[in-house]
Ligand binder design. Structure first.
Ligand code: FAD
Length: 311
């Protein structure tokens, strides 16, 4: 990459621009090689300038949030990675809705709403993502999704053009939204929350935190659920029944606590994790005649032939 061109990008952005930034610093797995160009934008204008610079230089663009649902390749990420996280955050209330910037942490939205006498999203307490990543993934629990509260969203495409998408246009489904189909970056979202007594919100938060306690191996680096739940059962259950708990490749291990979590015992690589995913898929297929789909997002170059896919 030409130094002159990078200098031009640095001059046009108020936020941070780094070269060959290790992605292990930006993923909850603590895994991932270098991002060729890594940007932390400070505002909308920064995002637009980064996108236009990438387009001029014919480079791919990858948005990330808190990196809590990502497995990044050991070879890193080509092109431009844009981290939309705490540097790009804020919650602004109008009468009956909350406008939330994409980098805001999920728990900050729940806290800010509680202070305004609003609630509803407490089920998501403990999800460590930012709002952009969480809307892209339509994060939630088995029975509640964040999409329920989304009225509309503002996105930008890779030509730098902004759009407003209404709830239905966001194509929400289980762990899915249009942001996984189209090259769009979420800038902010309008949530319609419920009027709720702060005492009740606090109680719900406590209950949600209790439910997670002791059920997820959060003391280890991980990326949440590795596989999506099949339509009629839970991925964790079938993985456990296929004796996957404790399986290990290098420093990547299927948690003894929750079979749908892979943990990094210290020096796991993305390649270790992918091999372990394949072994788990095979075991489940043999025992249950079921192919588990990935929930974790693979970013960068991988040998995808390793994975089992539904026909
Ligand atoms: C301990 C632990 C517990 C978890 N528990 C849950 C849970 O209960 N429920 C659940 O659903 N998930 C859970 N997760 C997974 C993860 O936290 C969620 O999917 C989260 O919402 C992802 O947000 P993120 O900011 O980390 O996104 P990332 O992991 O950074 O990105 C996820 C996807 O979103 C895209 N993306 C990110 N930002 C944007 C943007 N601004 N515009 C467009 N696309 C974007 C990325 O390209 C990527 O495809 C858990 C993870 C961990 C580590």
């Amino acid at each position: 990459m030409r130094v002159k061109s990078i200098d031009r990008l640095k001059d046009s952005v108020k936020g941070t621009v780094l070269i060959n930034e290790p992605m292990s610093r930006h993923t909850s797995f603590h895994i991932g090689g270098p991002a060729e160009v890594f940007c932390i934008p400070a505002d909308d204008e920064d995002i637009k300038n980064i996108i236009l610079w990438a387009r001029r230089n014919r480079l791919p663009v990858t948005p990330i949030g808190n990196g809590t649902n990502l497995l990044v390749s050991d070879n890193g990420i080509e092109g431009v990675t844009i981290k939309i996280a705490d540097r790009f955050s804020g919650v602004f209330f109008d009468e009956d809705f909350a406008l939330v910037k994409a980098g805001t942490a999920v728990k900050s939205v729940i806290n800010a709403a509680m202070e305004r006498g609003l609630g509803g999203m407490e089920f998501a307490w403990g999800i460590p993502g930012a709002i952009g990543g969480s809307i892209a993934m339509n994060a939630g629990t088995n029975s509640h999704f964040l999409s329920k509260f989304v009225r509309k969203a503002r996105v930008i495409d890779l030509n730098g053009k902004e759009y407003r998408l209404l709830h239905d246009e966001l194509k929400f489904d289980y762990r899915h939204s249009i942001l996984q189909e189209e090259p769009l970056i979420l800038l902010d979202v309008q949530f319609e929350l419920e009027e709720k007594d702060p005492g009740e919100v606090k109680k719900n938060i406590k209950e949600a935190a209790e439910k997670r306690k002791g059920r997820q191996p959060i003391e280890y680096p991980c990326a949440g659920s590795v596989f999506k739940n099949p339509p009629t059962t839970y991925a964790g259950k079938v993985l456990e029944e296929a004796d996957c708990k404790g399986l290990r490749v290098g420093d990547a291990m299927i948690s003894e606590l929750h079979a749908n979590f892979i943990i990094n015992l210290g020096h796991a690589t993305a390649s270790d994790v992918l091999k372990l995913i394949r072994i788990a898929q095979e075991r489940v297929y043999r025992k249950k005649d079921l192919i588990l789909d990935l929930e974790v997002k693979l970013v960068g170059k991988f040998n995808l032939d390793l994975l089992m896919k539904k026909k």
